[in-house]
Design a protein around this ligand. Sequence first.
Ligand SMILES: [Zn+2]
Length: 101
Amino acid sequence: MNNCPRCKNRIDETDHYCRHCGKSLQPGRGFLFSHTGIILMALVLGPFALPFVWFSKLIGPAAKWIYTGILAVAGVYLIFLLYHSYMLMRDAVQVISGGFI
Ligand SMILES: [Zn+2]
């Protein structure tokens, strides 16, 4: 038998959450730290999902580097897209204004 680190009540070793105060007893092991959770977050948050990759205790070190690589490439691609759309906008403004800007 263990005790909850937050409320000191007795908890079972197999519990994922304290049944008294609800504290997660296995940090880095929730759904958001699973492969599915990380992939879903990467789709929504992009490179900001990286902390979850590195705090996760559910995925191996090789998978962490693969996710980091994918998110880094996605981040660079995002910056490239933003820059490209900025250049297109600038060209469009120049065409519309007859080149006076
Ligand atoms: Zn507790």
